[in-house]
Design a protein around this ligand. Structure first.
Ligand SMILES: *[C@@H]1O[C@H](CO)[C@@H](O)[C@H](O)[C@H]1NC(C)=O
Ligand SMILES: *[C@@H]1O[C@H](CO)[C@@H](O)[C@H](O)[C@H]1NC(C)=O
Ligand SMILES: *[C@@H]1O[C@H](CO)[C@@H](O)[C@H](O)[C@H]1NC(C)=O
Ligand SMILES: *[C@@H]1O[C@H](CO)[C@@H](O)[C@H](O)[C@H]1NC(C)=O
Ligand SMILES: *[C@@H]1O[C@H](CO)[C@@H](O)[C@H](O)[C@H]1NC(C)=O
Ligand SMILES: *[C@@H]1O[C@H](CO)[C@@H](O)[C@H](O)[C@H]1NC(C)=O
Ligand SMILES: *[C@@H]1O[C@H](CO)[C@@H](O)[C@H](O)[C@H]1NC(C)=O
Ligand SMILES: *[C@@H]1O[C@H](CO)[C@@H](O)[C@H](O)[C@H]1NC(C)=O
Ligand SMILES: *[C@@H]1O[C@H](CO)[C@@H](O)[C@H](O)[C@H]1NC(C)=O
Length: 165
């Protein structure tokens, strides 16, 4: 009797875990749990939060962590609110960090690859024995999967060539 109870409990436990494992986190939720709050502030200012929280998107996201955003803005005497106060600028910056196909690090060829970002401008990706670089900015952590998308943690914020900070 006790044994039967224990096995029912175990089966229930396994099924519950399988259920929760199947509901993967969206790009938005993953960036939130990684505490990329400044990048997410720009996503919200761009009005792109629902797209970032859509489990069907198939993106490669080159997202700077908070240290990286600050390190990019500080030499220009700016903080993230100087970007988020301008929705157009926020959207251009965020769309420049997105490529509309999922690239795991193994999908990136050694050498130079040009990717056209969602804002229509090119990103130059270099993969070599040191690591992966986008416009010369180092990838800190590749391959962070979020639903059908993949996030690359970046050392600095990618700034589109049409924006002068
Ligand atoms: C993201 O979507 C989930 C449901 O999939 C919802 O619970 C959550 O509140 C949403 N978050 C945002 C920031 O929209
Ligand atoms: C980034 O700069 C903001 C000020 O804009 C500061 O509040 C925050 O602590 C800094 N974050 C990091 C990780 O350096
Ligand atoms: C961001 O990445 C840099 C480079 O690896 C790291 O030194 C820093 O601690 C990270 N910052 C945060 C807030 O995760
Ligand atoms: C950036 O924001 C600060 C306040 O957060 C403001 O004092 C400063 O003038 C702004 N800089 C620019 C260039 O807008
Ligand atoms: C917002 O940013 C865009 C793109 O950088 C710029 O053309 C525009 O002048 C900015 N608007 C304001 C009010 O600063
Ligand atoms: C992005 O990729 C998806 C899936 O491949 C496709 O359905 C969609 O049309 C693409 N969007 C743009 C703006 O290219
Ligand atoms: C972007 O890259 C493509 C393919 O390499 C190239 O044909 C195009 O001229 C580039 N566009 C710009 C604006 O550099
Ligand atoms: C790899 O590429 C980066 C970015 O272009 C460069 O800084 C680095 O020196 C390269 N490493 C090697 C081993 O060539
Ligand atoms: C990235 O993911 C691919 C596929 O899952 C895996 O083969 C590769 O080793 C991963 N690379 C890194 C650097 O984690």
């Amino acid at each position: 009797m006790m044994r039967q109870f224990v096995s029912v409990f175990i089966v229930t436990f396994i099924l519950a875990n399988a259920f929760f494992a199947a509901k993967a986190a969206t790009v938005y939720e993953t960036l939130e749990s990684l505490k990329y709050t400044e990048y997410l502030d720009m996503v919200k200012a761009a009005g792109m939060d629902s797209q970032f929280n859509d489990s069907s998107v198939t993106w490669t996201v080159f997202a700077a962590n908070n240290t990286g955003v600050n390190a990019t803005l500080a030499p220009k005497h700016l903080v993230v609110s100087n970007i988020t106060s301008n929705a157009t600028e926020s959207k251009d910056i965020i769309e420049y960090t997105l490529y509309n196909h999922t690239l795991l690090s193994d999908d990136i060829k050694t050498g130079t690859t040009i990717l056209t970002a969602v804002n229509g401008m090119n990103l130059t990706v270099v993969k070599n024995t040191t690591g992966i670089f986008v416009n010369g900015i180092m990838v800190v952590t590749p391959n962070i999967t979020a639903d059908k998308s993949v996030i690359y943690e970046m050392d600095s914020l990618l700034i589109p060539p049409d924006i002068k900070l």
